[in-house]
Design a binder for this molecule. Structure first.
Ligand SMILES: [Zn+2]
Length: 248
């Protein structure tokens, strides 16, 4: 059977026989592993469409238990991401995170569209890329049904004095409850975490063009979100997350 779909390359690996396996995030079929022969390398149009961060159109042969790439064409290359080290690092992180968060062969059209939008916004953005990365992460959590509880205390249910975020209970904790908890994964938010997370969840990535979080706030929020994701979604360490490690 022949499939035709848009996709984004997560990564490529060489196999022993001179071929390559491409992990492709397709719009209709989700994340799939597609074999590609060494022969395509010579065809320049196809090889461009196999670069990282490229949004392409792919024709794929589906065998009984394998996929093989027939043809690839570039829709949008987002080449500017590869020309800026910071953009490249953030885009690599977002691709690796997304790859880990979605299961194989399950369509995720919402996350697919969001990823395209992220790449488009990142390529035209001039600075403070981390705000965009945070907005992407928050939106992905929402699409996956993993958005934290922000409206009531996750311990007692009260809606007042929610000033602490508990990674393990998945949301806010009130001032009273935080005194009785010995949980080491509670952050006392020094900023309006509820307001920021709700804003990120509800507004399109385009609306962040003129918005940038203060660096200290972005750093704290990134720590909270990374801990939250690794606690609730078993994704292990990411090779690309070292960008967040040595800033403080
Ligand atoms: Zn409480």
């Amino acid at each position: 059977m022949h499939l035709s779909d848009e996709g984004i390359i997560f990564r490529q690996t060489k196999t022993g026989d001179g071929r390559r396996m491409i992990l492709l995030f397709t719009k209709k079929y989700g994340k799939i592993s597609v074999g590609a022969g060494a022969g395509e390398r010579g065809k320049s149009r196809s090889s461009l469409a196999l670069r990282p961060f490229t949004h392409g159109s792919y024709q794929i042969f589906q065998g009984r238990n394998y996929y093989n790439l027939d043809k690839a064409e570039t829709i949008e290359s987002y080449y500017s991401i590869g020309e800026d080290l910071d953009k490249y690092m953030y885009a690599s992180y977002v691709l690796e995170l997304t790859e880990k968060l979605i299961p194989e062969e399950v369509p995720q059209p919402g996350i697919f569209s969001l990823l395209i939008e992220f790449l488009a916004e990142l390529s035209q953005r001039k600075k403070q890329y981390e705000t965009l990365v945070l907005a992407y992460e928050v939106k992905v959590l929402r699409i996956l049904g993993m958005f934290p509880e922000l409206t009531a205390c996750t311990s007692c249910g009260h809606k007042e004095n929610l000033h602490h975020f508990s990674i393990s209970s998945g949301g806010m904790v009130c001032d009273d409850c935080v005194k009785n908890q010995r949980d080491s994964l509670i952050y006392s938010a020094k900023f309006d975490i509820v307001g920021i997370l709700n804003y990120f969840a509800l507004n399109s990535l385009k609306s962040f063009r003129k918005i940038a979080l203060d660096d200290a706030v972005a750093g704290q929020l990134q720590t909270i979100i990374r801990d939250y994701i690794s606690y609730h979604l078993d994704i292990g360490g990411l090779k690309s997350e070292s960008i967040f490690m040595n800033r403080f």
